[in-house]
Design a protein around this ligand. Structure first.
Ligand SMILES: NC(=O)c1ccc[n+]([C@@H]2O[C@H](COP(=O)([O-])OP(=O)(O)OC[C@H]3O[C@@H](n4cnc5c(N)ncnc54)[C@H](O)[C@@H]3O)[C@@H](O)[C@H]2O)c1
Length: 378
């Protein structure tokens, strides 16, 4: 069963969760949080009241209604904000000012100005702000981190990071937000990759690259679609180089236009070998290694137990549990500051042109602490 859930639940105080937004990703949170008994979902809200009511019935959640009702509910300790990116900052601000701790989906906010304001509001109100992605807390992210910390690939000097289309127009009922400010491959998928990379290599110092948009409009073919055609308002293909403060250079391509490719998701190259990570939008797939002296690739033993149940289903909860553990004194791995750094890198990339040359990233963040109970590799 869910060992990490157990570890994160042990001797934990109960914190009541309220969820804002009962759209596509809601089920993953409801399913994930149900495995953390100390984090019961006590109320949910959506602009679409029918959707909120149906979700409450399906997941046996005791109260549902409007966002205002949720923020006014004294029972709610932590607000999980899983509305579209354009609504993130405003609702995060309102929730913090209502005295709630907040965990917000990625990106932290649709613009850096809004993200900075949210960090300031968290400080001002003394509430904790955490943000997705939390996928690097899975066994793959933690095992790759342990391999690097143990020096298994020597000094990491480079990497590659590739995102192909998530084909959202074929499955999401209204993927418009994925092609507007706050979306695009850079801000929608980039967070999984850059968070994984910062967990492994530390903060990014500079970004260089270029972007394009291959098609100005796309057809939505999802069977449950609520829209037929959407305008692409942000770059849908970005390519570039991230220079980490450590000196490591990572080559990246984040694209909704590349329909498929067999390029690896994420690889780290060290002076003594190569690490290959699975899709960083997953938690528990194997990490592979091939060192200078190895005859072939092999799988690394996971340093923590599975973090998601089997068989795999959409799952989210680790970041909320991380915030809850932090409230009791543990490190905050998915902190707002960490997410801000990730967003600043991606925001720079989204606007970058070849003519301007490299752009400096102003913010810095520590590599997050390894997950609770993570074993060391030798
Ligand atoms: N869909 C996925 O697979 C997925 C995966 C990981 C992360 N995310 C992230 O989760 C967030 C939500 O994505 P989604 O796909 O579930 O979007 P969605 O559009 O399917 O659902 C969003 C829901 O939020 C509601 N909403 C909007 N404004 C609101 C407000 N002011 N108050 C209350 N409810 C409001 C909408 O009515 C809708 O039901 C985004 O930040 C996205 O990046 C989505």
């Amino acid at each position: 069963m869910l060992q990490v859930g157990d570890a994160m639940s042990q001797a934990r105080e109960r914190l009541n969760i309220g969820i804002l937004g009962t759209g596509t990703i809601f089920g993953a949170y409801a399913r994930g949080l149900s495995l953390f008994p100390h984090l019961p979902v006590v109320r949910i809200a959506d602009l679409d009241q029918d959707r909120a009511r149906d979700a409450a019935r399906q997941w046996r959640i005791p109260a549902w209604g409007t966002g205002e009702e949720l923020l006014a509910d004294d029972e709610v300790d932590v607000v999980v904000n899983i509305t579209p990116p354009s609504a993130h900052a405003r609702l995060t601000d309102a929730a913090l000012r209502a005295g709630k701790h907040v965990y917000v989906e990625k990106p932290l906010a649709a613009t850096m100005r809004e993200a900075l304001d949210n960090l300031a509001t968290a400080k001002e109100t003394g509430r904790v702000l955490g943000s997705a992605p939390d996928t690097f807390l899975g066994t793959a992210g933690q095992t790759a981190r342990a391999a690097i910390d143990a020096g298994l690939i020597g000094r990491p000097f480079a990497g590659t990071s590739f995102v192909r289309s998530s084909k959202a127009q074929t499955w999401h009922p209204d993927p418009s937000f994925l092609f507007q400010t706050g979306g695009g491959p850079v801000l929608d998928w980039g967070p999984y990759h850059v968070a994984a990379l910062v967990n492994l290599l530390g903060p990014v110092g500079q970004v260089a690259g270029a972007t394009l948009t291959a098609e100005g409009e796309i057809d939505v073919t999802a069977p449950q679609r609520r829209v037929e055609r959407i305008r692409v308002e942000v770059p849908s293909h970005a390519t570039g180089v991230l220079r980490f403060e450590s000196g490591a250079l990572v080559t990246m391509m984040y694209s909704f236009d590349v329909w498929d490719t067999e390029l690896p998701h994420l690889e780290i190259y060290g002076t003594e070998g190569t690490l290959q990570l699975p899709d960083p939008n997953t938690f528990d797939r194997p990490v592979r290694i091939r060192r200078r002296t190895d005859d072939a690739w092999s799988q690394l033993p996971p340093v923590i137990e599975r973090t998601t149940p089997e068989p795999p289903k959409p799952f989210r909860a680790l970041g909320v549990a991380d915030l809850a553990a932090h409230l009791e004194g543990d490190d905050h791995r998915t902190s707002g500051e960490f997410a801000y750094h990730v967003c600043e890198v991606l925001d720079a990339l989204q606007a970058i042109t070849l003519d301007q040359g490299p752009v400096d990233v102003a913010s810095r963040t520590e590599r997050p602490a390894p997950a609770l109970g993570a074993r060391r590799l030798t």
